[in-house]
Ligand binder design. Structure first.
Ligand code: MV4
Length: 657
């Protein structure tokens, strides 16, 4: 077994691998970029090496720098995690060439599965079922149309070089085929530089079911049952679970066997996932992933196995720790991916500092895999995952109850998250009934809605109680003696009160506060009056009901987390409106941190509202920013290549001459 391994990754998966390695008595070496100097995985490792600047292409994707760090640190093996270089055959080969074990499959197996169409051809040869269709080299339009007739409509035209849902086009009727083919080929040529397509029968309500396989270097291959990953948004998994709802033992055995045959067909070694698309009793090979998947914890929770330990043992030349008949399935596990993303901005990454972070308690029913702590920043450079929350129960209903409660207890402030979406899914009757397929979220658009619910009285009460406890209204920083700092609302006649203006999202709320004794106060919102007491931080008594609350303050903005919800309430200083109240008028500001990758605005040029002024990139997401008004470009504050913070002024306009 290895004495020292290097983890060529970051975030939750790096922390996760380090935990297992430490349990096995193996020393760990982390690598980090400029942005991760103080990251959790760096703290957890026995030693850590700087490998470059924040952008992944200047750090975590630099294979040579990673191998050099491994050699200097005396690491015998490298664990790639997932993403980054985990499926890079050249990197795997370079490790081996330098006498360092790559903890993963042989480069040849990575290459074999790298091309979707080549992978399908290999699987077909191995007897693994494919979706009925045509995957050949003939691309004559008439020939392809005849294939479509044979398959039967509706058919799906897919770019052979495509993947992840890119370059797919559904054709319902023969009359539409020729035009659709032309468009699909054009898109494939533009996107992938390869206009070859394949034609398949279109499955209208498919499920994504994948089988975890494991192979060692002694010819042993097993499967560790299936995972259902059908709850996806734009081909990004949101919820994964094991076993698949409604799966029977016979079908599980058949899929498991097919997956093992697929692995054997390519001489696989290590952890692998064979993805199937399933409909009714049918299941068809989709692709094979040659890495440990993000969602592997649900398999670990129902089998009691540690798949990273298996990876380390297999990479060290040991036999698989278990034979097929020794692997059993117990209970049900469901994973929710907790992301820093903003539903109100089309789920764009929401970067910022986690100024409040209180995950749910872990235990026999709840596992949390995370790579961040309170105070850490969610960076613009990497995947904005906060954690994976995994719930286990004796059956699916129990697992779902544990998940829903844990999601309600998960407190995050400082960034927007997808927690509201996850909470809604967990209590959605159709999901609770196990009716999962890839169209689920499409059928329930309200789950994805970015409704900024009007905060309940509890949120206003908690914010004001915190404000009063911390010294009163609009306490200007650094001026404790300012008359604005008084919170006693003393009046010459009548009950003392203080009128405040609070903003929540786009709504403004008038509030009247009548301070009482001992920190108690009465809050009037509209016609309703509430009695409030904050006996200690973290507790609020509202109209006699005592609740646990959390309040994260950033200046005059209070994020209140309670009852599984979170709301941001901001005290508005009527005399000093914030600059963002002006943006959208004559200013173009950055909606998120990122890099200016295209700049089209020129000082002095006339623009019309909606014209693209520049393109901002963050975490592979490109956003076109447009002129907020008709006018003339007065000043351009940035240049191509600049990194900008959220809210930064980019371009200033003046009215048209
Ligand atoms: C399909 C399909 C329906 N019929 N193939 C999407 C990405 C790629 N992995 C394959 N995908 C699909 N292929 C046929 N013949 C529907 C999808 C699909 C999908 C598949 C799995 C998981 C999520 C999906 C979301 C949308 C579409």
């Amino acid at each position: 077994m290895f004495r020292t391994i290097l983890i060529a990754n970051r975030g939750e998966i790096a922390c996760r691998v380090i935990r297992t390695a430490r349990r096995m008595g193996i020393r760990t070496v982390a690598v980090f970029s400029e942005a991760d100097r103080d990251a959790l995985h760096v703290r957890m490792a026995d030693e850590a090496w700087y490998i470059g600047r924040a952008p992944a292409r200047e750090s975590y994707l630099l294979g040579d720098a990673i191998i050099a760090a491994a050699k200097r640190a005396g690491a015998e093996a490298i664990h790639p995690g997932y993403g980054f270089l985990s499926e890079n055959a050249e990197f795997a080969g370079a490790c081996m060439a330098d006498g360092i074990v790559f903890i993963g499959p042989p480069p040849a197996a990575i290459r074999a599965m790298g091309s979707k169409s080549a992978a399908k051809a290999l699987m077909e040869k191995a007897g693994v079922k494919l979706v009925p269709g045509y995957h050949g080299a003939e691309q004559d339009p008439g020939f392809l149309q005849a294939q479509a007739e044979t398959i039967g409509y509706p058919v799906l035209i897919k770019a052979s070089a495509g993947g992840g849902g890119k370059g797919m086009r559904v054709v319902e009727n023969p009359v539409d085929f020729a035009a659709a083919l032309e468009v699909a080929q054009g898109e494939a040529r533009a996107s992938f530089g390869d206009d070859r397509v394949l034609i398949e029968r279109y499955l209208t309500r498919p499920r994504h079911i994948e089988i975890q396989v494991f192979a060692d270097t002694h010819g042993n291959i097993v499967h560790l049952f299936e995972r259902d990953c059908s709850i996806q948004r734009r081909h990004q998994k949101v919820i994964e679970e094991a076993p698949a709802p409604g799966m029977d033992a016979a079908r599980r055995a058949a899929m498991g066997q097919a997956a093992c045959e697929a692995a054997r067909a390519i001489g696989y070694v290590g952890a692998g996932t064979v993805e199937f698309i399933a409909e009714g009793d049918d299941f068809f090979f989709m692709e094979m992933n040659t890495r440990l998947q993000v969602e592997h914890p649900v398999t670990e929770m129902i089998t009691g196995q540690d798949l990273v330990e298996w990876q380390l043992r297999v990479a060290a030349g040991e036999e698989l720790p278990s034979r097929q008949q020794q692997i059993s399935l117990t209970g049900h596990a469901i994973e929710a991916r907790v992301y820093a993303e903003d539903p109100a901005r089309d789920w764009m990454p929401s970067t910022g500092v986690l100024n409040h972070l209180r995950p749910p308690q872990t235990g026999p029913h709840i596992r949390l895999d995370t790579g961040v702590r309170a105070g850490d920043a969610i960076s613009v450079h990497y995947d904005p995952m906060i954690a994976k929350l995994i719930a286990w129960g004796e059956d699916r209903d129990a697992a779902l109850r544990h998940l829903a409660t844990a999601l309600d207890d998960y407190e995050v402030a400082g960034v927007r998250t997808n927690l509201p979406l996850l909470r809604r899914i967990a209590v959605e009757p159709e999901f609770q009934a196990g009716a999962v397929d890839t169209g689920f979220l499409g059928r329930h658009p309200r789950l994805l809605a970015a409704t900024e619910d009007t905060p309940p009285a509890l949120a206003f009460a908690a914010a004001l109680a915190t404000l009063l406890a911390e010294g009163g209204v609009a306490n200007p920083p650094g001026d404790p003696h300012s008359p604005w700092g008084l919170a006693n609302a003393w009046r010459l006649n009548g009950a003392g009160y203080q009128d405040l203006l609070l903003r929540a999202g786009a709504e403004a709320h008038e509030a009247r506060v009548f301070p009482g004794t001992g920190g108690a106060f009465t809050l009037q919102l509209g016609r309703a009056r509430h009695e409030i007491l904050r006996p200690e931080p973290g507790t609020l008594i509202l109209d006699g009901v005592r609740r646990r609350i959390a309040v994260a303050r950033s200046g005059d903005a209070f994020t209140v987390l309670a009852d599984g919800g979170s709301w941001t309430v901001e005290l508005v200083d009527k005399l000093h409106p914030k600059t963002e109240d002006r943006a959208g008028g004559d200013l173009l500001t950055a909606p998120m941190p990122g890099r200016v990758v295209r700049l089209l605005a020129e000082p002095g040029s006339e623009v019309t509202r909606g014209a693209v002024m520049l393109v901002l990139e963050a975490m592979k997401v490109q956003m076109r920013l447009t002129a907020p008004c008709d006018g003339v470009v007065e000043a351009v504050r940035v240049a191509e290549g600049d990194l900008v913070e959220e809210g930064a002024e980019l371009i200033r306009f003046r009215p048209p001459d």
